[in-house]
Design a protein around this ligand. Sequence first.
Ligand code: AMP
Ligand code: GLY
Length: 426
Amino acid sequence: MKVLIYGGGAREHALARKIKQSPLLEKLYLCKPNDGFAGLGEVIEAENFSVLAQISGEKGVDLLVVGPEDPLMGGIVDEFKKAGIPAIGADKKWAMLEGSKSRAKEFMLRNNIPTAKYETITGTEDVYNVLDRFSVPVVLKADGLAAGKGVYIAASRVDAEMTLKEYLEGKFGEASSKVVVEEYLEGPEISLISLWDGETLLPFIPARDYKKLSEGDKGPNTGGMGAYCPVSLTGDEYRALEEYAKNLENALKNEHAEFTGVVYSGLIMTKQGLKVLEYNMRFGDPETQPLLMHLDSDLLEVFKTTVDKELHKVSLKWKKGQTFCVVVAAAGYPENPAKGGVIGNINEVIQNHGVEIFFAGVKKEGGTIVGNGGRVLSVCQTGPCAQKYIYDAISELDFNDKIYRKDIGEVSLYNKGGCSCNCREC
Ligand code: AMP
Ligand code: GLY
């Protein structure tokens, strides 16, 4: 198969590396990769999605795999459909389940999928009345895409009033002209990433990501500072997850969701049961990095089965144990990330510690990888002592002012310790 992957983060690097391992792959094309993995395929450039679809058709591309949400909402899959090229990714209509929080809420209500109580608001004159119907803390969500920054948890009524007004007055432009005001829920979160072929939903193993910048879930929200999979669940929790996936499958079937792609459910396990926080219509970043490393099945074969609408035949195979991923970001992230800084010893670090590294905010200068702001790379490892290998690798990484969380995973290596190499498996 000839495959085109669209996107340039660590998630797309992980997709590219996994797809490269498939014997089904004839040729890999990449659109907008970062310099850290552009060498894995032939890069295609195009001024818009229609031209990209046309060039892809000429090159004989059999499958498009879309990483980020923006191209999905911009209609990339619709253009490829017109050109007769199947995709792993939602069309414009279904991308709105991620692109509009209120649409996602309406979908959940129509299909009896448990979620937080909410109201939508569009004008500042209603701020006091709407907030009267919620206790604090209360959650405010810009309706549209706001680069992962549109969710705010207001601790007090005054804070809620002020922030809600700011949102409605255009803090995130058009994206916050409508706001979802939502009941605050408490409990551990789970990311459930599933493939959907128009008939069958195939969930991956549950993953957990770490959205806050600092240890102990402190500091501002980020694009994600780490992840691991699978999350350990009790029998009851596992059954609740299975039941949820069945309900979601029925809901998508009832609503004739005809795309072939990904549905990411952001879930929270509250005392009142499992509830949905959000939908994304793409692979999670950073969850995809450990998930694909943990996957033993041929991903390209699974994607082919998805676009052939035969997911009911697939049973995914996973490695034993758990896989972890720690994100290394540039100093100043997320508000004001520094750019530049050579990352000198990547190959050495990989060799010394057996880890896998996926690139995000990097570029090449004179053949050398340098930081290019934001989340710079993801360091991943599977199996016994995985966390130790990851953290040893990061300490050795020659990159000035790197920042990362030291508590990714169920046992915090540096905070708890306990065994000979400080890792649970020993
Ligand atoms: P979202 O983009 O909707 O997933 O929100 C981002 C993060 O905000 C979630 O992963 C949660 O940590 C938090 N969050 C969102 N909605 C709620 C809620 N109703 N109650 C508590 N936390 C929430
Ligand atoms: N890890 C959360 C996301 O991809 O949105």
